[in-house]
Ligand binder design. Structure first.
Ligand code: NAP
Length: 368
C-alpha cells in the first residue's frame, strides 16, 4: 500500500527510470501508474490550531529549497505538496523532465524525478513537515492567514506560494475529443504507450519543452515532426542542436495544426502553412502540446496582484507579494527565467525574507 509521495517514489521510481532511458519495456507510463494508487492520506502531522511560522504551498525546486532554508531558520515549515492524482503529480515540471544537464552540482546531469526526490529528502532531513494535500483555498485577508487543504487547514504567520505552472493546451478541432486518446501534453507521461510506438508523432511548440518532448518521443516513434508557428525556435541552443542532430526529428516551420482526425485514437492531422495557407494531411498516431505553461494561482481567487502575464507580482529583486508576509517563489512568479535553478534561488530568497520579517515582527512585539 502506497500512502506517501516518498513511498511512491521508492516503488515507482526505478520503473520510471527504466522507462526514461529505454532500459525497461515493462515500465508503466506515469499516468497509468498513478491510476493504481490508492488515495493518499495525510501523514501523522501535529496539525494544530496554533499558527505555524511558515506554510509553503506547492512542491518543486522553489518549494523544497524554501523548506530547507525555513527549517534551518527554526521556522518549522509545513509544505502542502499537493495530492497525487491522475492530473497532478507533486514535484512540479521536473517530474516530467528527462535529463537535467544545467543544474549545478551534477557534472553528468541528473534526471528530473531524482533531483526532486533529493531536494524533498533534504528538506525533510532539515526538519520540514510534508503534507500530501492540495490547497484549495488560502484566506490571506485575515492574519494569521488560513490555508485550507483538501482535508486539513492550518494557520500561518507567513506563507510562501510555490505552486509552479501547468502545461497549456490549445484549441484545435478534434483535440478535445481525442484528449488522452493520442493527444497529450506530456510525452514523458504518455509517450511510451503502445499506441505511439513506431508511428509518426507530432509535437506543437518551439521552446525547450517541445525539443525535450520530441527527443524523448524519437526513442519510440518512427518519426517525430515538430510543428512550429514561426521560422525560428525559442529553445536554447543546446536543445536545438540535439534536435537538429536527431535523424528521426523534422521541423515543420511557419505552420499550425488546424485539425486532428480520428475515431477512437488519433489517425491523422492537418497542418496549415501560415504563409502559403496550404494544408497538408499526415498520417499520425499522436499529438503532444508543448506550448508553454500557465501559473497555478486559481486557488488564490485574485487575492494577490498578478502581472500582465498572469504570474504573481513580486517587488523588484524580492519575493514579497502585494500582501505582507506572503512570498512567491518559482515559476508562479517568474515569467523570464523559469529554470529549476532560478526557482530554487527564489525559494531560498523567500524563506530568508520570511525569516527576517517574522524576526522583526517579534522584536517589535517585545519592544512595544
Ligand atoms: P516556452 O519557452 O514559453 O515555449 C512555448 C512555445 O510554444 C513557443 O515556441 C511558442 O511559440 C509556442 N506556442 C505558444 N502558444 C502557442 C499556440 N497557441 N500555438 C502554437 N504554438 C504556441 O515554454 P516551454 O518550452 O514550456 O519552456 C518554459 C521554460 O522552461 C523555459 O524557460 C525553458 O527554457 C524551460 N525548460 C527548460 C528545459 C531544459 O533545459 N531541459 C526543458 C523544458 C523547459 P513562439 O516561440 O512563437 O512564441
Amino acid at each position: 500500500m502506497i500512502n506517501t509521495i516518498s513511498e511512491y517514489f521508492k516503488f515507482y521510481y526505478p520503473k520510471i527510470e527504466g522507462l526514461l532511458f529505454g532500459a525497461n519495456d515493462i515500465a508503466p507510463p506515469i499516468n497509468q501508474a498513478l491510476q493504481n494508487l490508492p488515495s493518499v492520506e495525510p501523514n501523522n502531522l501535529p496539525l494544530s490550531l496554533e499558527p505555524r511560522e511558515v506554510v509553503i504551498i506547492g512542491s518543486g525546486p522553489a518549494s523544497y529549497t524554501a523548506a530547507i532554508y525555513a527549517a534551518r531558520a527554526n521556522l518549522h515549515p509545513l509544505v502542502y505538496e499537493g495530492s497525487i492524482s491522475e492530473n497532478s503529480l507533486p514535484g512540479g515540471q521536473l517530474m516530467t523532465t528527462t535529463r537535467v544537464e544545467n543544474f549545478p552540482g551534477f557534472p553528468d546531469g541528473i534526471d528530473g524525478p531524482t533531483l526532486v526526490e533529493n531536494m524533498r529528502t533534504q528538506a525533510i532531513n532539515s526538519g520540514a513537515a510534508m503534507l500530501q494535500e492540495t490547497v484549495v483555498e488560502a484566506d490571506l485577508g485575515q492574519y494569521p492567514f488560513v490555508i485550507q487543504g483538501e482535508k486539513t487547514h492550518q494557520k500561518a504567520l507567513a506563507v510562501i506560494v510555490a505552486t509552479g505552472a501547468s502545461a497549456n493546451r490549445i484549441k484545435i478541432p478534434g483535440a478535445q475529443e481525442l484528449w488522452q486518446k493520442g493527444v497529450s501534453a506530456c510525452a514523458v507521461c504518455d509517450g511510451s504507450l503502445p499506441l505511439f510506438r513506431n508511428h509518426h508523432l507530432f509535437v506543437i511548440g518551439g521552446g525547450d519543452s517541445a525539443m525535450e518532448e520530441a527527443l524523448y518521443l524519437a526513442k519510440f516513434a518512427s518519426k517525430v515532426s515538430i510543428v512550429h508557428r514561426r521560422d525560428r525556435l525559442r529553445a536554447s541552443q543546446a536543445m536545438q542542436k540535439a534536435v537538429f542532430a536527431n535523424p528521426k526529428i523534422e521541423i515543420i516551420w511557419d505552420s499550425v495544426m488546424s485539425r486532428i482526425n480520428g475515431k477512437n485514437t488519433v489517425e491523422s492531422v492537418v497542418i496549415e502553412n501560415s504563409k502559403t495557407k496550404k494544408e497538408t494531411t499526415y498520417e499520425a498516431a499522436g499529438v503532444f502540446f508543448a506550448v508553454g505553461h500557465t501559473p497555478n494561482t486559481a486557488f488564490l481567487h485574485g487575492q494577490l496582484a498578478l502581472d500582465a502575464n498572469g504570474v504573481i507580482q513580486t517587488k523588484p529583486g524580492s519575493t514579497e507579494t502585494s500582501i505582507p508576509y506572503v512570498y512567491a517563489a518559482g515559476d508562479v512568479q517568474d515569467n523570464v527565467y523559469r529554470q529549476a535553478i532560478t526557482a530554487a534561488s527564489s525559494g531560498c530568497q523567500a524563506a530568508l525574507q520570511a525569516a527576517r520579517a517574522l524576526e522583526l515582527s517579534q522584536q517589535n512585539k517585545v519592544a512595544s
